[in-house]
Unconditional design. Structure first.
Length: 349
């Protein structure tokens, strides 16, 4: 099956090595030393977020574990609170516990955003509270700015650090419409992904005060992340910060238009409505296996990929898939996406 067009942000057709390397070569010359791209990236992200320092990690999993470990060592506490669908728990095999002995205290309902009352109900002493902005597994939902501030203040009043899982912070900024340093400044430590919205290959950066970043760098070495010649992982996000970061508001507006068209068509339902960020979920009235089969048929017959994977639902007659809007989705008009979703539902039924 040949994929000619894809609505999926990380579709392989948009990540072919030759095209990426040609773009990256514009950022270096014959005199660029191998350590320079990583140093440039760390400085650029510290500047964007308004933090004193930043350090590169080969993965977000490692970066967030290092941050939590530093907070734990400083406070002598080993439990942290986060939403029940926190990425650290849902997607990382509880590495925080297996490697560092940390415990997750889930706070709130797994299908709703964390509320201030949910956090206040946590009785045990916490090393940190982790906020994922936006909450990917809830369709890209974000707490309102005032409530987020209340929650951070509540965490700090109990002696906990405030940590931001900002894998999609660039996208979240389009909803808050506040300067990135103001958002990052709420938190004691901030992680950003290098391959989601800004389309690097892999990697992450942890930002914060100089002392915290220095301590996290020790854990980076202990965890095997102080890799030499990491420059290929730095060039992609450097290019993305220049080319894609200025377009995040445009991506959000297109996400709103796509969602409105799908909802108006009525074959499926989009949530949130409207999207708060360039991310949303399409809820389909079909079982997951049927939707995946229909998606494969669309590729085989039309060369169009709608999603990388479908998500199951507590209702086995329904499923959903994620849409992350970037340059990929700008190739699709709202009318076309609504028609493709209707075709998917018809095939799945």
């Amino acid at each position: 099956m040949e994929i000619r067009r894809s609505l999926a942000l990380h579709a392989p057709i948009r990540r072919r090595p030759a095209a990426l390397l040609r773009e990256w070569l514009e950022l270096v010359d014959e005199q660029t030393p191998p350590e320079e791209p990583v140093a440039r990236l760390e400085g650029r992200i510290a500047e964007l977020l308004g933090t004193a320092a930043a350090v590169f990690f080969p993965s977000g999993t490692m970066a967030q574990q290092a941050a939590l470990r530093v907070h734990a060592e400083r406070r002598g506490r080993w439990a942290f609170a986060a939403h029940p669908q926190s990425h650290l728990d849902n997607w990382e095999l509880q590495g925080y516990n297996a490697v560092h002995g940390l415990r997750l205290h889930p706070a709130g309902d797994r299908n709703e955003l964390l509320r201030t009352a949910d956090l206040a109900a946590v009785a045990e002493p916490l090393v940190a509270v982790v906020w994922e902005l936006p909450q990917r597994d809830l369709g890209g939902l974000l707490p309102e700015w005032a409530e987020l501030g209340e929650q951070v203040a509540l965490a700090r009043a109990g002696g906990a650090a405030a940590h931001l899982d900002g894998a999609r912070l660039w996208e979240a900024q389009t909803y808050y419409r506040r300067p990135l340093p103001e958002i990052a400044g709420l938190f004691d430590s901030v992680y950003v992904s290098l391959y989601k919205g800004i389309q690097g290959t892999r990697g992450a950066v942890l930002a914060g005060p100089e002392a915290l970043v220095a301590e996290a760098s020790v854990w980076r070495r202990r965890l095997g992340g102080a890799i030499p010649d990491a420059w290929p992982l730095a060039l992609g996000p450097l290019a993305g910060l220049e080319r894609l970061l200025p377009r995040m508001a445009e991506f959000r507006e297109h996400a709103i238009a796509l969602a409105a068209a799908v909802n108006a068509d009525g074959a499926a339902r989009v949530f949130p409505d409207p999207p708060q960020t360039p991310l949303f979920h399409v809820h389909v009235p079909a079982p997951r296996a049927a939707a995946e089969r229909a998606g494969e048929e669309l590729i085989a017959e039309r060369g169009v990929q709608l999603f990388l994977r479908a998500r199951s639902s507590p209702d086995p007659s329904r499923c959903s898939f994620e849409v992350s809007v970037g340059e990929n989705a700008l190739e699709f008009t709202p009318t076309e996406v609504a028609e493709l979703v209707r075709d998917l539902v018809k095939r799945a039924g």
